[in-house]
Structures are given as structure tokens and as C-alpha cells.
Design a protein around this ligand. Sequence first.
Ligand code: GLY
Length: 316
Amino acid sequence: MQGPPLIVANAEIRDEFIVAGMERLQAGAQALEVAEYVASLVEDDPAEHTVGYGGLPNVLGQVELDASIMDGATLRAGAVAALHGFRHPIRVARQVMERLPHVLLVGEGANRFAAEIGAERRVMISPGAAVAWAQRLQAICADGEPLDTIELATRALRASQGSDTMNVIVRDSAGNLSSAVTTSGIAWKYPGRLGDSPIIGAGNYCDNRYGAATCMGLGEAAIRVSAAAQVVTLLRLGWTAEAAAREVTGQIAHLIGTSHTPNHMARADWVRILVVDAQGNFSAAATRPGLSFKVHVAGESRPRLCEAASVGASLS
Ligand code: GLY
């Protein structure tokens, strides 16, 4: 059965951004356009400290941005990682998909490409993020001892500011799916660290025939189980959106539960997965309670806030 157009997103996204996306969707825009559009609105929000302009920097004070977008109709995808100095990483990711025979560009290559296509430049650190970084550095260097970057990041990450990220999955009136993810990654990360967000199959996967999945939280855990691709494979095998989200989240809960090291990132040890299947059924699961997501169905005036299922460890 063909469900109505809808947008599923993480709860931290402002309602007004989702509503703006729904207006375009109801005016006939395709899922791919709307996913990119909603992500670009979040990238401009200075109050969002894990995405775009407001994002917190790496341990050296540079905001490195990751983004990916996937088209469920064609399985085309584009991504950038460790991009800096450009306002809309999601737009650059989309152009990687449109203009190159590649999926992922990183670092200097991503910056070169963004410059060549005329992507809009911006100083991508907000005053608030710069102050937060300076305070964090002061706290970990209080004893005045010279530290290499490994030790700086190790100390800084003990109180990581998390990795909320931005996830949006859009289903349009033709039943096409698209998924977009954009993030500044874990605050105070080692320079060059990529999470799951720019890695197709880890933080983002989308196939009209089965469904789409996106991840937030500790990217290292999502990468290690190929989380988003695994969810969509389970949908292909006939699992419901809820069962698929729970299964893969359970695997991640097990990883997180057995992976604590002295470098353990105390505030980022969770993952939340959003899922929409080919019929428009949606679900979400998280490795800890209290995490929500938003669903905006065409015809409803505002997004609904829904609770993600809280899932413990699974070894299946
Ligand atoms: N999930 C976002 C990140 O780990 O960078």
C-alpha cells in the first residue's frame, strides 16, 4: 500500500525546518530535493552544535564537516568528509553525486571540489563554538604540560560534547525515498576523524525497493556493523522497520557495552537509528532510553514527536 509523503528526522531539528521541507514536498518537490533542503537549513542553525556553522570543532579548533545524501530511486550517492570553510556540506555532497563518477571526497580533495563548483564559502566556526573549544582546551591543559595531538584528543574526548548529527529521510508522493545526513562529528575529535555520516552503508543508506536508514550518535559503532546498510538488508529480507531498527541497534549496544577503553567517550556512547520502509512505515531505535524523533506526514499541520525504542545488547 502506498503511504502518504512524509519526513522523518531526528528530534533535535527545529519543527520549522521540517515544516518548510513538507511545504516543498506537498508542492511537488522530489524526495532528493527536500532531503537536501532540510539538511541545508540545519547547517545554518548556530544553535545546533553538532552540524554546520554552529558545530563544535576538532581538538585543534577547526570545524571539519561530513555529509552524505542518497537517492533511493537510483542508488546514486554523494558524500564529503573533513570539509572546511564551506557553508553547505550537504550541497557539496549532492554535487559529488551529480558531477563526478565518485561517491566520497575527503579533506583537501573535498575542499578543492567545493571551490571548483563555486560552493559558498563561510568561516565555519560560530563565536559560541570557538569559546567552547578554548574552554575545553584550557581545562585539559591546566597543568601546562606540552601535549601531542593524540594526548590532547584523548583528554578532550573524555568529556565529549556528543555527536547528535542531522538525519532526515524523505518519502515523496511518487514513493521515492531519499536520505541526508550532515554533521560536524564528535566534538574535539582527532583531526581527520570521520564518523559514519559520510560513509554510505554506515550512517546512511536508501533504496526505494526496501527502505532507508540513517544513524546518529557514536559513528565508530555504526561503522563497525555497517548499520544503515544492514537495516535495509533486513527490510529486503522482509523484516518490519521496527524489528530491523531494533536488531541493528541491539548489535551496536553490545559493541558499546564491550568497548569501553580509557579513551571511552562518556557522553557519546549511544546510537539512534531512523528507518522508513518502502511503504512509508517508520520506526526508530536507540541504545539508551529518552531519545526521540520527529515524523511529519503530509496533511498534518506539524511534526509529531515520537519516542525511539530503547534497545539493549543483542548478539543475533
Ligand atoms: N554520527 C556522527 C559521527 O559520529 O560523527
